[in-house]
Design a protein around this ligand. Sequence first.
Ligand SMILES: [Zn+2]
Length: 436
Amino acid sequence: MKLTPLESWIVDRTGIQERSRRALEAYQVKKVRETVEYAKKNSLFYRKQLKDIRTEDIRSLKDLQNLPFTFPQDIRQNPYGFLCVPQRAVKRIVTLNTSGTTGEGKRIFFTEKDLDDTIDFFRYGMSCLTDRGDRVLVLLPGNAYGSIGDLLKKTLALSNIGCTVHGVLADPEEAARCIEERNITCIVGIPMQVLYLSRAKSEVFKKRIKKVLLSTDYVPEVLIHELTQEYGCSVFTHYGMTEMGYGGGVECEALNGYHMREGDLYFEIINPDTGEAVENGQYGEVVFTTLTRQAMPLIRYRTGDIAAFSSTTCPCGTFLKTMKKAQGRMDNRVELRENQSLYLRELDEIILDFKAVMDYKAYMDIESILIVGITTKNVEDFQSLKSEIAHRLQDILYRKLGYGMDMELIFNGENKPNQIANSMIKRKIHDYRKVR
Ligand SMILES: [Zn+2]
């Protein structure tokens, strides 16, 4: 098995003298201290937040645990408070609108160097899955300068790999035509959109697509299984969010979890209730600190994602950490009763297992009825699936609660392009009971 290309990349970028955790962690401590110093000096938010922190007290990565967390709402409240460079040095601003909440979206700023760092990471990340024989179709937004599609295109151009940035999937027919005409072998896209395309155009998909990189949202296991088993694809997943500079980690050939971008980001996994670090192998909330960011460094940023560090070495042999696949977001659930919740990922594994399902949405309505709106190829498919899906959902609820609960399955439209979850907003299970 090929050693992850990320390892050499990180060794080169960091300039560490030996390939070991000790050397990498010494580098990370140095960069954390620089970042704290830089952020205190240049950002209004951190000047206040870290006023009692002395960088000389940060002697080890463990000492970082004495620093306060940064929360997404801190950015939402005043994004400019995080900005460390003059506005003219900002080359890209990404506004993340979180659905269901009021107020301003989060704004994330990047300088030219920040974007170049991301391209550099993408280059090595993409080399985990592509070679010169591949032609890549990117089903992500790519029109704007510095957008994820734009960065991927630049990345692949550096490696002489053909790349078409199609944009977010709106018309499966057109995407299929593009795959045929351009001899596409590899797709990069959002999990639910790739699922949609593969089910809507299964013949083209089966014939042409060898590799898939799923990005920007939690990836249901049933989707990986289907793409692997039925279409013969190698499925890579990627972990990242805009706040990380898009890229956080990518799988190696072992397809066994992510190796992280450890030269640019320091990751912790904590117990979300106590804020304390958890042991390797245990699940907790992912927290990261940027080590090289210019426009907007983030220190101990709470991602809301649930994951774990692997307690064993990856079969590829790297000394880099391996993070087990993210289990979705902590808040992506509805509470059924105290200490008992239903997670979106659990619904995914049940509902998406039915091949005629193209998409779905779920929420708890004001009367505490679980509503599941399902998009299928046609209404007949929905009629034939409805009772089986309801049965399986009641099963899981019964296992959690010891009793069933009120539920309604509704037909959410046929296979129409405008029904595709066509935004970069992460999928969410909503709870309208809170409105009361
Ligand atoms: Zn590996």
